[in-house]
Every structure is written in C-alpha cells, then in structure tokens.
Write a protein of this length. Structure first.
Length: 258
C-alpha cells in the first residue's frame, strides 16, 4: 500500500458512487440480522432454527446464543469499518468501532470452535466451520497486532481478510440454497431428501461461503498492489504513522484501529 501523505495534507474521501457496494452491504446485513436474530431473543432453545443436538453439552445453547448476538455486533461494526467517510471524518468513531469489532469477533470465532463438534450434518460441515473460525480468529489477531505496531498497511490487509470471513455467514445463506438445488432439490420442493445428499449440500455451502469470500478479498488486495506498483509505490513496505496522523489517500484509508 502507498504511504500516507504528510499529516498536513488534506484528507479526501472517494464519493459514495465510487464505493457502490457500501449501501448494498449494509442493507444485506440488516436484512440478514432481522431474519437471524428473532428466534433467539427469547432465549428459548425450542425456538432455535436448528434443534439443539441431543448429544450436545449443557453449554451448547448459551454458547450458540452468544455466538449469534456477538456475531451480529461484528457484522454491524464491520460495515462501519469499510465506510471511508466515517473513517476520515470521524476517526475516533472508526477506531472505537474497530475495537468493538475485535472484541466481538474473537469470542464469536471461539464459540464456533466450541459448538462445531456437535453440529449434525457431519464432518464436512464441521471441518469447514472450524477452519473458517480459526482463520477468522487468526486474521483478526494479526490485524489487531499490526494496528498496535502502527503498521497500517498490514493492518488493513489482515482486516480485509477478517471482514471477508465475518461475512461468510451471510454468504452461506446463498450458497446453501444453491447447494440444495444441486445436491438435495427435494428440500426446495417440499419433498424428503436423502440424508447423505443433505449433508453434502450443507458441507459444500460451509466451505464455499468462506473460501469464495477469501478469494475475492485476495483478488481485491492484489489489484491494489498492482495499481500501486504501476504508480511506483513501494507496496511491500510496511506503512507506519505517527500518533495523531489520520489522513490517508483517497479511497484507501485505514481499517479498524483496534
């Protein structure tokens, strides 16, 4: 990433049309949360979208609820983190929302690791969920540590990966429908699917939801590096900023200052 201009340089923000995905991302997140949260508001296991497995330990449902509500906080704060105007005009809000994101994302990922062994769709789904959670935790920690070192180039790159993994839960709803259509179409037509076909569909969606997100994130980061290389910027050099320097090049500001 190219170094920030001197602190005296005026901050610029790319206009909203240059970031056309911000509005749709926030809208999709809101719709997803309005759909996902209500069954768990009453804290009644009987209202859960998926029945609590009989083999699950007593902590399963409380950890599931914590995962869902902390995950909602992570998604909302992630939307704030990728909003350039907020980052430049209200840097304190940006920093604090970044800290909240980290504090929500880490226990959410740990909760996934705690309940994944008891999900009922088999090893394919269990391993897919566990790998996604481990990568989410790792990328968030690396992004936080880079921010603490004031290496905001590495910080931003790791947080892009973290956000991509965070939104895998939203993408999973799309991939699940596609996987059902391919492997277990009976589910979509009201029929009774074969259990193994259903497990295959759920397992495929568990992997695709975060693998594709990470691929898109890496392609986006690679595009930025290529653009900076063409401009002659030392993209591989870590960027370190003095305390109080909040200006950034247009459209390529910092992510969460956790």
């Amino acid at each position: 990433m190219s170094p920030d201009p001197p602190p005296t340089a005026p901050s610029r923000v790319r206009p909203l049309p240059a970031r056309p995905w911000i509005g749709p991302l926030a809208l999709v997140t809101a719709v997803f949360l309005l759909h996902a949260l209500p069954p768990y508001v009453g804290l009644d296991p009987g209202e859960a979208r998926n029945a609590v497995p009989e083999s699950a330990p007593p902590y399963y449902y409380p950890v599931l609820v914590a995962h869902i509500f902390l995950g909602a906080v992570a998604l909302v704060t992630a939307c704030l983190q990728v909003w350039p105007r907020l980052r430049v005009r209200l840097p304190a809000v940006h920093r604090w929302s970044g800290r909240i994101y980290v504090l929500a994302a880490l226990p959410t990922g740990i909760a996934v690791l705690a309940i994944t062994p008891y999900v009922q769709m088999g090893p394919n789904q269990q391993v897919g969920n566990a790998v996604a959670a481990a990568l989410w935790i790792a990328s968030t920690v690396f992004g936080y540590r880079a921010a603490r070192r004031r290496d905001f180039t590495r910080h931003r790159e790791w947080m892009v990966r973290s956000f991509a993994l965070a939104f895998s839960i939203v993408a999973n709803r799309i991939w699940l429908m596609l996987s059902m259509a391919v492997f277990a179409p009976e589910v979509l037509t009201g029929g009774r699917p074969d259990l193994e076909a259903l497990r295959q569909a759920v397992g495929v969606s568990a992997w695709m939801s975060w693998v594709v997100n990470l691929i898109v994130a890496e392609l986006w980061l690679g595009r930025i590096r290529d653009r900076q290389a063409r401009a002659g910027a030392p993209a591989a050099a870590p960027r370190r900023e003095r305390a109080g320097a909040v200006s950034a090049p247009a459209g390529e500001g910092r992510s969460s200052h956790a």
